[in-house]
Every structure is written in structure tokens, then in C-alpha cells.
Design a protein around this ligand. Structure first.
Ligand SMILES: [Zn+2]
Length: 305
């Protein structure tokens, strides 16, 4: 059975493990802090690879940033990684084949091969965190587009009238409303309109957090229920568009905000509004290590003869 070293490069830590083609862990998961300089980061990659390459057939990287079509380099800058990261020549670190993929796409691949989307050749991962990321898999292939950058589902537009700026610098992207950050902004906007609401519990509007919202929602507070319902509707807006375009079989929801959504409500409403065939909506199952797992599985799927 083929094995790969999966390496997930995050802004604060690098996680790695050896994984076989069934998605089982052959080694323990190890973690190191992400170095702050480019030289130290590249040295860390070399050290990790030197320690493990004799035990694997291939090496996979999951990393932030846009990846070139050949899956060998990062082409964009990444705010959480050192300047010049996009000059890194990953394939020079080993004689074993190396495959580089965007971390959201790698996580989607992990869900497809061994997680909640297993068996569904058409699936879309939606990562609800501080932003919205994801990956689109069509007929068993990762959608990569003409430049390798396809699948930026968080930046589809959901309003035309410049209501709210997104982190990307444009207005009214799905992420500006459907992400955890977007939900927090919606809560503050609504609380500002209703300063006497018990939801604010005497706090200053600026000090309100998503936790206050969730607390209020659990207490059935009217304002909090309204904000949460509206958030679900905004999430559904994006998913209806995605389903109408891709006619997917299943949406897999990952990310820290996933635990606050009601998949059944979203699935029912999505399927009322879609004009193509219905899709399932479920939570992801591969957890925090999805990127690492997916990078190893992608390397195996790519290079295995
Ligand atoms: Zn945007």
C-alpha cells in the first residue's frame, strides 16, 4: 500500500503525519511552530521531509494561498506566512514526488476520500469560519479553473447595493454575511437598532461577541433568534447558487461556525429553492487535520500508478 507524508502549513503551526492510501495514520501527528522567516520556514520543511521521506512514496503539502496549475508552487502572498513564501520551490526538497494544494481544497479532498462526502463524486465543501472557504469536486475531480484558483466560493455576490465590505476589498461577498465575522457584524447592526434589547445584557455594542448571540439564541431572545434566522437565510442564498451551478450531490460544512448551524433547516430550504436536483447538507467529519490528510491523499491519488 502506498504512503505519503502530509504536511499542513498554517500561520501558527505546521502539522505533519504519514498516511496510507486508505486514509489511515501510519505515524503519530506531529506539530511544530511556524517559523517567522522564510529561511527558517524552508529549513523546517527540509528537516520534516528528511526525517520522514524514507518511509513514504510521496509528499503532499496543504498551504494557504493560490497554487499554480502544476501543483508545485504557491503563487500568491499569504498574510500569515513570511514574505517571499511564494518563491519556495517545494519540489526541490526531496527526490520523492511532491504535490502542493491549497488547504481548503485539500480539506475538501479529505472529506471526499474518507469523510462525510465519501462515495459522492460531486460534492462541495463549505468552510464556515472567520471567512468562508471551500472546495468544489466535480465528477471525482477537484475544480481548479484556468489558473488553479477556482473554488473561492466565499466571494460570490449576494447583494447588489454595496451594503458591507468584504475582507477581499469588494462589497457584499457571501463571506461578509455568512462567516462568523459576518454573523458578528449582523448581530451588532441589529443590536444598534435595538439598544434596549435584553440580548445586549447591558454591554456596549462594540463589546458584543458571537458568544453573546449564541447565549441569547439559546434563551430564545427575539433579537438573537432573528439574527440567527437571517444568518441561515444568507448561508442558504450562497448554497442555492452553488447548487444551481454545480448540481452537487452533497454539501459538507466544516469550520468553527459549523456547530451553530442547523443542517436540516438549510437542506430543506435549499431544496425548496433549487431548480436542479436536491442536495444533502451534512457536517464534516475529518476535523482539524483535514488539510494534512487531504494533502497526503491527493499526493497518493496523483502519483500512484
Ligand atoms: Zn470578498
Amino acid at each position: 500500500m502506498k504512503k505519503a507524508l502530509g504536511i499542513d502549513v498554517g500561520g501558527t503551526k505546521i502539522s505533519y503525519a504519514i498516511i496510507d492510501e486508505k486514509g489511515d495514520y501510519v505515524s503519530k501527528i506531529k506539530k511544530v511552530s511556524t517559523p517567522k522567516t522564510l529561511e527558517a520556514l524552508q529549513e523546517t520543511f527540509k528537516t520534516i521531509i528528511q526525517e520522514n521521506e524514507k518511509d513514504v512514496d510521496y509528499i503532499g503539502f496543504a498551504t494557504a494561498g493560490a497554487i499554480n496549475l502544476e501543483n508545485t508552487k504557491v503563487e500568491s502572498s499569504s498574510p500569515n506566512l513570511p514574505d517571499g513564501y511564494n518563491t519556495t520551490e517545494f519540489t526541490t526538497f526531496s527526490k520523492k514526488p511532491i504535490y502542493v494544494e491549497n488547504d481548503a481544497n485539500a480539506a475538501a479532498w479529505a472529506e471526499y476520500k474518507v469523510g462525510a462526502a465519501k462515495g459522492y463524486d460531486n460534492n462541495i465543501m463549505v468552510t464556515l469560519g472567520t471567512g468562508i472557504g471551500g472546495g468544489v469536486i466535480i465528477n471525482g475531480q477537484m475544480l481548479r479553473g484556468k489558473s488553479g484558483r477556482a473554488g473561492e466560493i466565499g466571494h460570490i455576490k449576494i447583494y447588489p447595493d454595496k451594503r458591507r465590505m468584504c475582507g477581499c476589498g469588494n462589497y457584499d461577498c457571501w463571506e461578509a454575511y455568512g462567516s462568523g465575522t459576518g454573523l458578528g457584524r449582523s448581530f451588532k447592526e441589529e443590536a444598534l437598532k435595538n439598544p434596549r434589547s435584553v440580548a445586549t445584557q447591558g454591554k456596549k455594542i462594540d463589546d458584543l461577541t458571537t458568544y453573546d448571540l449564541i447565549d441569547g439564541f439559546k434563551r430564545n431572545d427575539e433579537l438573537c433568534v432573528k439574527v440567527m434566522d437571517n444568518w441561515h437565510n444568507q448561508i442558504i442564498m450562497g448554497m442555492v447558487s452553488l447548487n444551481n451551478i454545480f448540481d452537487t450531490e452533497i454539501f459538507v460544512i466544516s469550520g468553527g461556525m459549523g456547530e451553530f448551524i442547523n443542517c436540516k433547516t438549510i437542506e430543506d430550504e435549499l431544496n425548496k429553492q433549487t431548480i436542479v436536483s436536491p442536495a444533502k447538507v451534512v457536517l464534516a467529519t475529518t476535523g482539524n487535520n483535514a488539510g494534512m490528510l487531504g494533502s497526503a491523499l491527493l499526493a497518493i491519488d496523483k502519483f500512484k500508478k
